[in-house]
Ligand binder design. Structure first.
Ligand code: GLA
Length: 691
């Protein structure tokens, strides 16, 4: 990044440019360009484009400002809204300094009359197309922060506008929706204190003509696991501006004199190569800059949830572990039900000691057996929640969020612990720290199955940043003290998937729905910005416990092999034939998993548009590929055309399992024909470039 003319800053990424006009005489910077790379001369010309002439009822600044306040001649949703003790909301920001070390630009503003400082941060991680933005307030007078977004992203005016976003619900997470953006404001968000499965904090904007492979796409996400809001506004002049930030209702935070507030990061990413190009750039960025160990290859795990439910004991877990190890699993994760009196979801949550009848000698013998089998041991916890029917709640009924004198509401028979209470945070950290210290634990599945409601005297928790901040602090401390432990984020499936939690977890559970056909849709949505490296995917039993679908084992495997493969079936019930098939498929997965987890994703045929969906991963070096093809409910007799692979580097490619050789140009022109024939046929082809 550099200042190419007084007040004109250009932030350059490998495939995009972002131009700011800091010297335009307005309070905060004006967005001059976000899009394809430009040279200095063009950047200066872009910054010189005048604001539109004034028109009745409209603001010349709307859709142009990088961080609009709610005062002055502005009518957009503000990025920043402050209220002073005298009820005044007027602010005017005066630039003090613009400092940059080449990667990080800090624009330091002070308020014209009050001792408040606002710093806008821009960071461009080297080698990535992502632009990270956040804002920081420091005040010497008390002030209520009604709104403090991380960023306002201004998308250049085009003839039309389309919005892509991820929506969902329990069991139907991360569904991609793509819709024309109407004039007005589309608000996505969560007021559930967690990210929520209803919307994911990410949007993509285009002019309606972008495809998987072509066109301009502007995307933005929020690195935050609490309540949040994205307001996408299509303004009267056709411009699009997206305000992205934590919190939902005001006020966000009340600042005393001498304090401050730093927003979470929002990350923007432009791609000139369509939705596919945008996703690949996101994946590279998330692996390199967000995930704590993004370069790791994740093991094949087994999870007990769909096999033994809450009714687990030492013997049945050892039986599962032995089967799992024999199939080639590398990590055994014992899910819910190992502690307290827990045999259903109505009791025991909060009592984090192994059930004395079902684990008479504690967890030791099970962990030892799992280790002996050559696997890592993983364990399920839901630390933020409590069943009223638990010793913990009986001892500390005041530890939960509640509105005294008002009805208490349970969801899944549970309440949420107030992590803002120091004694709660200390207790929670204490037992987890001890669990990790006492046992050889490699993996923690951290679940959270209900939002906060009834916030009581701490009403601000619903719209503030408090719960997530407290959660982050505990996770950060546990990670620091137990650096070998890996974490999985789960919230009834994909209810807490975002760049904030991914900075402190190693993978996420995208959905409780393990039906492979539904998963194709869930995984497609997930893959818009999150990489396969972070996406746990289990093979479970047929009929599926949720949908009743009976899909072939191969198909279930092939869908799960497009992420971090896991097994979640009731293994003692698997036939010999199924076990043999599983062994072969797991071993194939181990040969391709580096390509899947670290490769570049090409979504070739979307399950939303085709009943012969296909996708492929190409290794970072461009010398290996894994091609996934499915017949998903296609009617018999309607053959799927071969899937074309135009992205393969030139040369000769070989099917690593069958030995067939193909010139890259053949695979680009004709495609790879997997010979799929019957409904729910599927194939995974491992290609290697041999010359
Ligand atoms: C949630 C999770 C599941 C499982 C159960 C256990 O629903 O999403 O994967 O862990 O809780 O109660």
């Amino acid at each position: 990044m550099s200042e190419v003319a007084p007040g004109v800053w250009v932030l350059r990424t490998p495939n995009s440019a972002y131009v700011l006009n800091v010297g335009g005489g307005e309070d905060v910077p004006l967005a001059a360009h976000w899009g394809a790379p430009v040279d200095d001369e063009a950047a200066i010309a872009l910054a010189a484009v005048p604001l539109a002439p004034p028109r009745g009822w409209e603001s010349r600044l709307d859709g142009r400002e990088e961080y609009p306040s709610d005062t002055g001649l502005r009518f957009t949703e503000p990025a920043l809204a402050l209220r002073f003790p005298d009820d005044s909301r007027a602010v005017r920001w005066v630039l003090d300094t613009a400092e940059s070390d080449g990667q990080h630009l800090l624009l330091r503003y002070r308020e014209q009359t009050r001792p408040i400082a606002l710093t806008l941060h821009y960071r461009v991680p080297a080698g990535h197309d992502a632009i990270e933005r956040w804002a920081e307030l420091a005040t010497d007078v008390p002030v209520e922060v009604l709104r403090a977004d991380s960023a306002a992203w201004c998308v250049p005016a085009r003839e039309s506008a389309r919005l892509s976003s991820l929506h969902g619900r329990w069991g139907a997470d991360s569904r991609l929706q793509r819709t024309d953006l109407p004039a007005g404001t589309v608000r996505l968000g969560s007021r559930r204190t967690t990210t929520s499965p209803m919307h994911n904090p990410w949007v993509a904007l285009d002019d309606g003509s972008a495809t998987e492979t072509h066109g301009e796409v502007w995307t933005a996400a929020l690195a935050w696991s609490g309540t949040w809001r994205i307001d996408v506004q299509r303004l009267p002049d056709g411009r699009v501006a997206a305000g992205v930030g934590a919190g939902h209702e005001a006020p966000l935070v009340r600042l005393a004199a001498g304090t401050g507030h730093t927003t979470p990061k929002s990350v923007g990413l432009f791609s000139g190569d369509g939705f596919g190009g945008a996703s690949r750039a996101w994946h590279d960025y998330v692996r390199a800059e967000i995930l704590p160990h993004g370069d790791e290859v994740r093991p094949v795990l087994y999870n007990s949830w769909e096999a033994t439910g809450f009714l687990l004991d030492e013997a049945n877990q050892i039986a599962l572990a032995e089967r799992a190890a024999a199939l080639g699993c590398e990590l055994f994760v014992m899910d819910d039900g190992w502690f307290g009196t827990r045999v259903a979801d109505n009791a025991g949550l909060g009592d984090w000691l192994p059930n004395a009848e079902r684990f008479p000698n504690g967890l030791g013998p099970l962990v030892a057996r799992v280790r002996e089998l050559g696997m890592g041991f993983g364990i399920w916890v839901e630390p933020e929640a409590v069943n009223p029917d638990s010793d913990l709640y009986r001892a500390h009924p005041d530890w939960v969020y509640a509105s005294p004198g008002y009805p208490r509401h349970e969801l899944r028979n549970q309440l949420v612990l107030d992590l803002g209470k120091p004694e709660v945070a200390a207790w929670l950290h204490g037992w987890l720290d001890q669990l990790l210290a006492e046992h050889d634990i490699a993996f923690v599945k951290w679940d959270m199955n209900r939002p906060v409601t009834d916030p009581g005297p701490y009403g601000d928790v619903l719209w503030s940043t408090r719960h997530a901040e407290n959660l982050y602090a505990i996770l950060d401390r546990l990670r620091r003290d137990h650096p070998g432990v890996r974490f999985e984020s789960c919230a009834s499936g994909g209810g807490r998937v975002d760049l904030g939690i991914l900075a402190r977890t190693d993978q996420v559970w995208p959905s409780d729905n393990t039906d492979a056909s539904d998963r194709l849709h869930i995984q497609e949505g997930f893959s818009q910005l999150y990489p396969a490296r972070a996406m746990t995917a289990w093979v479970t039993d047929a009929p599926n416990f949720l949908t009743g679908n009976r899909l072939p084992l191969r198909y279930r495997f092939h869908v799960a092999m497009a992420g971090v493969l896991g097994i979640g079936g009731d293994l003692p019930k698997w036939t010999l034939e199924e076990q043999q098939a599983a062994i072969a498929l797991i071993s194939q997965y181990k040969r391709i998993r580096k390509v899947v987890q670290h490769g570049r994703l090409f979504r070739l045929r979307s399950p939303r548009e085709s009943d012969a969906p296909a996708l492929a991963y190409l290794s970072a070096a461009g010398d290996e590929a894994a091609v996934f093809q499915f017949l998903d409910g296609r009617r018999f007799g309607e053959p799927a055309p071969p899937v074309r692979l135009p992205f393969l580097p030139a040369g000769t490619w070989e099917d690593a399992d069958a030995g067939t050789r193909y010139p890259a140009a053949f695979l680009a022109a004709h495609g790879l024909d997997a010979g799929l024939f019957r409904t729910y046929d599927s194939a995974v082809t491992h290609l290697r470039k041999i010359s």
